[in-house]
Design a protein around this ligand. Structure first.
Ligand code: BES
Ligand code: ZN
Length: 883
């Protein structure tokens, strides 16, 4: 067993590999309990390494059966094999062939890393370090080899046999009831991109013609009978392939592209070369089974994994510290894709909401780390919001600072210069510096400094001098291991909005340039003086969320109300509403806790009314503007001594006030948005449904007469899952008999469909009532629940811990105790999922004293467990560490 105290891996210790692998021929004979893996590696010394070195291959729980070097068995003294490593102390200092035979048990693989079974299907997951659970190999991304994979299996058990690349041979193994397939992938790749699949699968097929005229076969494989739920994923795939050609000049490069959907998967999806493996949650969709949000996720994730073919696969990462090189960049690409396919402002607002909800919280707590970490104990724990979402923001800032043309030139240079290589973040950024002739040395701090910068902006207008002065100061809070910070380059999108709602021309007194409407802050404090400003403007700052910062500006409520109605930047219109609502909610939480009377804000209610009445706005945007900051948003803003019950009450009161104030408008809009045409998942229709369901939800929040009946009626009569779920979720917030009836009805309708059962589990786990903990505990014994399936665990236990602020943070500590019990049960079976669950306790230090003590005690109990996985051990150690 590994111990949690294993030495950390450090970026500074990177050395090129001593040995390279040119080709690997794999021969995998699938068997439920004893799969035989023969690997033939063509190995050569790395000319870049210091010779001569021993050959050390990684393993993880492997059983070695046979070993040959250049055709000769090795004598016992010539090698050392443990389950976790294979060492040849004195290999020949020239190219040689190494043949390794191992045996693995896919049915016993509960970690879902390496070769495992999802139901009866054999599948693999190798990122980050799963290939070493299949065979001994230098399992690091800078060793790129050409793979040829022969798979053999019982014809009846696994009629479909898939691996990376193109199919080169297949046939029967005479007289054995077995058959085989041989796949060859001509593109050298790191081991983490290897995949194979075997099973009884159906598929849908389509074709794509690349812009240079190559025909590519597209296939999506699923459990037989579910083929009719693959069409949206297929459509998204074709749109993504076209978009990558148009937006980035990137074409697909093999004859076939395959997606396989499996039911047991630790993550969302995986970009294995030519053979993406997906959590079926992100493939399967039909109007009756999936919500608008599900459709949008499927589109984004299909695109994301496809885009990795260039940003991740053709150009991969030199080492795992460079993870953001593929993930941050590919998230940026999938966000841009969704913005182009749907609505740019709506996509931006959703992405920023996600960033603040996950990354800002991570950055403010004990698990904060830079976009490019300098050290890790367990790489699985660094697939984080910071690497992904802040990583995407850093790429976006390059585009904002350099402009779209220079950004595209930099990307083109990156593809030209590094195709076929394992690259670094430094090499990536150098392409932009070279293409744009820019100095990006200070910009690199975004990769190395953790913490969310805070920018304080103070504006003042001098009518006599016709001058507007803007004082800006940046600070970056301390984070673990980084007590003091350097000032960063902060691209601040800016407009000075005149009374008529139009931007005033920007002229800076000292001649400094404002390119693309963006001020680039570089110092701890800077002042910009704008001349020829004929009226008092309202400043609109950090437009489009140009930098991932916390902005503190001295705007009055009237100025915010003005921006909510008139800002030409739609993001900042939304932001103005959020800022007004957040100020009110923060005040009212304090009032509730001190027994003072809550404040009312008629200005906010009027601003919301004006947005609802503004016919020029798209419904999806209006829906977002009417969605008040969540409990977690309010907690983040308060920052310390958090009382989740007070936050819940303040928010519920404001929701009721909004629903009351605009009741007539909501009822009328709800009616007008009703549409009897057949369901279509496109953005426009989804936006219409979103707004209609927000209207319903706020009417219920205000307990308007008939609102419950309206929701119950919508639940019953809905012809699609979006409207049915929306009604159920609104009802679930009220302790009314209609709720119980609808929940029972829902299970009766969908109890045999696991992905829909997940919605049912998640909804019950979110109910903000004290009976929820017992309900969730009882559901862990429900026949539809299983601790072995990551989707079930996330739907029930994950939702309870991550999305039910009041009940997870019960004042008696029962919520924490429950999560500790779940983690104890889960950790020996699936450490990755367990580690993500225990991370729900990471913000323990910001809680009020009683909860804080209970949460800390819960973490300490986990830390004290006798045998803890490296994954979970790493999270609890860092969560408890005094930074
Ligand atoms: N490469 C990852 C999948 C992965 C993550 C494998 C961690 C192993 C460990 C994939 O490209 C990815 O990022 N998937 C995301 C979804 C994506 C749209 C952000 C996921 O699985 O959540
Ligand atoms: Zn990814």
């Amino acid at each position: 067993m590994r111990t949690e105290q294993a030495l950390p891996v450090r970026l500074a210790d990177y050395r090129p590999p001593d040995w390279l692998v040119e080709t690997i021929e794999l021969d995998v004979s699938l068997d439920p309990k004893a799969t035989r893996v023969r690997a033939a590696l063509q190995i050569k010394p790395n000319p870049k390494a210091e010779a001569p070195a021993p050959l050390m291959l990684d393993g993880d729980g492997l059983t070695l059966v046979a070993l040959k070097l250049d055709g000769e068995p090795l004598a016992a003294g010539q090698y050392a094999a443990t389950p976790d490593s294979l060492t040849i102390a004195q290999p020949p200092q020239k190219p040689f062939r190494l043949e390794i035979e191992t045996v693995v048990d896919p049915s016993a693989n509960t970690r879902l890393m390496g070769l495992y079974r999802s139901g009866a299907t054999y599948c693999t997951q190798c990122e980050a370090e799963g290939f070493r659970r299949i065979t001994f190999f230098p399992d690091r991304p800078d060793v790129m080899a050409v793979y040829t994979t022969r798979i053999e299996a019982d014809q009846a058990d696994a009629p479909v046999l898939l691996a990376n690349g193109n199919l080169v041979a297949s046939g029967e193994v005479p007289g054995s009831g077995r058959h085989f397939a041989v796949w060859h992938d001509p593109f050298p790749k790191p081991s983490y991109l290897f995949a194979l699949v075997g099973g009884k699968l159906g598929f849908v097929e389509d074709r794509f013609r690349t812009r240079s005229g190559r025909e590519v076969v597209l296939r999506i494989y699923v459990e037989p009978g579910k083929e009719d739920r693959c069409f949206y994923a297929m459509d998204a795939l074709k749109r993504a392939m076209r978009w990558d050609e148009e937006a980035f000049g990137r074409e697909y490069d093999l004859d076939i592209f395959m997606i396989v959907a499996v039911s047991d998967f630790n993550m969302g999806a995986m970009e294995n070369k030519g053979l993406n493996v997906f959590n079926d949650k992100y493939v399967l969709a039909s109007p009756a089974t999936a919500t608008d949000a599900d459709f949008a996720h499927i589109e984004a994730i299909v695109a994301h994994e496809y885009f990795h073919n260039w940003t991740g696969n053709r150009i991969t990462c030199r080492d795992w510290f460079q993870l953001c090189l593929k993930e941050g960049l590919t998230v940026f690409r999938d966000q841009e894709f969704s913005a182009d396919q749907r609505s740019r402002p709506v996509e931006r607002i959703s992405d920023v909401r996600g960033l603040r909800a996950h990354q800002f919280v991570e950055d403010a707590g004990p698990l904060a780390h830079p976009v490019r970490p300098a050290l890790y104990h367990e790489i699985n724990n660094f697939y984080t919001a910071t690497v992904y979402e802040k990583g995407a923001e850093v790429v976006r800032m390059l585009e904002v600072l350099l402009g779209p043309e220079n950004f595209r030139k930099g990307m083109d240079l990156y593809f030209a210069r590094h195709d076929g290589e394992a690259a670094t973040v430094d090499e990536f950024v150098r392409c932009f510096a070279d293409a744009a002739g820019a100095d990006l040395a200070q910009f690199m701090l975004w990769y190395s400094q953790a913490g969310t910068p805070e920018v304080v902006a103070v504006g003042s207008y001098d009518a006599g001098a016709k001058v507007y002065r803007l004082d800006l100061a940046q600070t970056i809070p301390p984070t673990p291991g980084q007590p003091a910070k350097e000032p960063m380059v902060i691209p601040l999108g800016l407009g000075l909005v005149g009374r008529d709602g139009r931007d005033l021309p920007l002229r800076v007194a000292d001649g400094r340039k404002i390119e693309h409407g963006v001020l680039a802050l570089t110092k701890p404090a800077e002042t910009f003086v704008f001349t020829d400003i004929g009226e008092a403007p309202v400043p609109s700052l950090n437009r489009g969320f140009s930098a991932p910062i916390k902005l503190v500006a001295n705007l009055t409520a009237d100025q915010l109300t003005f921006l909510a109605a008139r800002d030409p930047d739609p993001f900042n219109r939304w932001q103005a509403v959020q800022t007004l609502a957040t100020r009110l909610l923060v005040d009212n939480v304090a009032a509730l806790r001190s027994g003072a009377a809550p404040r009312r804000d008629p200005g906010l209610l009027d601003a919301l009314g004006a947005i609802l009445a503004d016919g020029t706005l798209e419904p999806a945007f209006v829906a977002l503007a009417l969605t008040l900051p969540g409990e977690a948003d309010i907690a983040r803003e308060i920052g310390r001594d958090i009382d989740p019950d007070a936050i819940f009450s303040a928010r519920a009161a404001l929701r009721a006030a909004v629903g009351e104030h605009l009741a007539a408008e909501f009822a009328e809009r709800y009616r007008r948005l009703t549409d009897t045409r057949p369901y279509r998942p496109d953005a426009e229709n989804a936006g219409r449904r979103a707004l209609r369901n927000v209207c319903l939800d706020l009417l219920v929040a205000a307990r308007r007469p008939n609102a419950i009946a309206l929701a119950a009626g919508q639940y019953q009569s809905a012809d699609n899952m979006t409207d049915r779920m929306a009604a159920l979720s609104t009802l679930s917030l009220c302790g009314v008999p209609e709720r119980a009836a609808a929940l029972d009805d829902f299970y009766a309708r969908y109890g045999d469909d696991p992905l829909i059962v997940d919605k049912w589990l998640g909804l019950q786990a979110s109910i903000p009532e004290s009976a929820t903990l017992d309900r969730v505990k009882a559901l862990t014994a429900h026949p539809a629940f299983s601790m072995a399936n990551p989707n079930r665990v996330r739907a029930l236990i994950g939702t309870f811990a991550m999305a039910n602020q009041t009940q997870f943070n019960r004042a008696d500590g029962g919520g924490y105790d429950f999560i500790v019990e779940c983690v104890r049960a889960l950790d020996p079976k699936n450490p990755q999922v367990a580690a993500r669950l225990i991370a729900a306790l990471k913000s323990w230090r910001v809680l009020e004293p009683t909860r804080r003590a209970l949460a800390e005690a819960a973490l300490r109990r986990v830390a004290g467990e006798a045998s803890l996985s490296r994954d979970t051990g790493d999270i609890v150690q860092r969560a408890l560490a005094e930074s």
